[in-house]
Design a binder for this molecule. Structure first.
Ligand code: PEP
Ligand code: MN
Length: 360
């Protein structure tokens, strides 16, 4: 963490806590709710209070945010607690109102990052401010689009820029509300090591029980901060009720997280090895997931063969697969011996699956 931090100059200069913890409700609901949460957060590591004022809803008819009045509540919370404040802006009017009400951190939401027109308008409205601006990834897994938004803000002379990883939409239902696709923020970090990277585990998880693990993975990958939806009464929140946690739970969570901030050679080694191991874990998880998907297709083939009374093993097809995979392997610097071993095992598992179907 320390190593990366040296490059992340604006964040270091501001001397905010490390990792930076942004917490607060998905949406501002009332003055009392915003102030209660802000005061409860004072005993946690959070230094920035978040609250959505204008809410982008997938379907119309849901709660769409309290609007401008909520900015006054944020200002009051800032005056009473000394926390910085943060909200989402999705058009130039939002920017103007947020600046007028002294919001410190403005973020661009996932649904806005997908639109270069909107991002350009926001970037122009922000020209000349020295506010912190954070860009959430677009809803679709597209690194270029994410970076494009960052570039537009950079061209508008925004110096205090950072990015928020909040996961990506998938049509297929997974255990996540938004799939983390860790490889994308890892690639971003490799290309732009001095761009502060913050995790939003709440919108990735969509539920409470996996927020801690997501945060730990992010810290092991050298993320610089966390944005965690926090509410005094999560079950009765007006939006995203399932994923919000209480300030008490947040406090415990940040105590339990392993943050690597010590100095020295051994620590540097441990940080690096933890980072590399987490990257391997991410890939291993993908590998088993993809093998599982391959076997599901083998099951379908089994059913089809059973219905048509066809033999399970067709050696011509199998030899074709092997030849193709040996070539693919070469392109990826994998030895023929290794590819053969792996594919023999995969093929055997696939036959076992088909046998179960045909005989079952
Ligand atoms: C939010 O932070 O409340 C939000 C709407 O996030 P996202 O843009 O990531 O969906
Ligand atoms: Mn939310």
């Amino acid at each position: 963490m320390k190593n990366n931090k040296n490059l992340r100059t604006w964040l270091n200069k501001m001397e905010l806590a490390h990792p930076l913890v942004i917490a607060g409700p998905c949406s501002a609901e009332s003055e009392a709710q915003v102030l209660t949460i802000a005061h409860q957060l004072k005993k946690t590591d959070a230094t920035v209070l978040r609250a959505g004022i204008w809410k982008p809803r997938t379907r119309p008819g849901n709660f769409e945010g309290v609007g401008e009045i909520g900015l006054k509540w944020l200002k009051k919370a800032k005056d009473e607690t000394g926390m910085l404040t943060a909200t989402e802006v999705a058009n130039p009017t939002h920017v103007e109102l947020a600046l007028k009400n002294e919001v410190d951190v403005l973020w661009i939401g996932a649904r806005s990052t997908v639109s270069p027109f909107i991002v350009q308008e926001i970037a122009e409205a922000l020209k000349g401010t020295d506010k912190i601006v954070l860009v959430k990834n677009p809803v679709n897994p597209d690194l270029a689009l994410w970076l494009g938004a960052v570039e537009r803000l950079h061209t508008s002379n925004i110096e205090k820029l950072g990015v928020i990883h909040r996961g990506f939409s998938t049509y297929e239902k997974t255990r996540y509300r938004n799939n983390p696709e860790w490889q994308i923020p890892i690639d971003l970090q490799n290309q732009f090591p001095d761009l502060p990277l913050i995790l939003d585990p709440s919108h990735i998880a969509g539920r409470r029980d996996i927020i801690f693990d997501l945060c730990q993975t992010a810290l092991d990958l050298n993320f610089d901060g966390l944005m965690i939806e926090t509410h005094n009464d999560p079950d009765n929140a007006w939006s995203d009720a399932k994923q919000q946690i209480t300030p008490n739970v947040l406090e415990k969570l940040t105590v339990d997280l392993r943050v690597r901030v010590e100095e020295g050679d051994a620590i540097e080694y441990r940080n690096k090895i933890a980072n590399l191991r987490t990257r391997i874990d991410v890939i291993d998880h993908k590998l088993t997931e993809i093998l599982g998907k391959r076997m599901n297709i083998a099951d379908e083939i089994g059913t089809l063969k059973k219905e048509n009374n066809v033999a399970i093993l067709q050696s011509k097809r199998w030899n074709e697969i092997l030849e193709k995979m040996i070539l693919d392997g070469k392109e990826n610097k994998l030895s023929e011996e290794f590819v053969l071993k792996i594919y023999k095992a995969i093929h055997q598992e696939s036959i076992n699956h088909q046998k179960r179907i045909v005989n079952g």
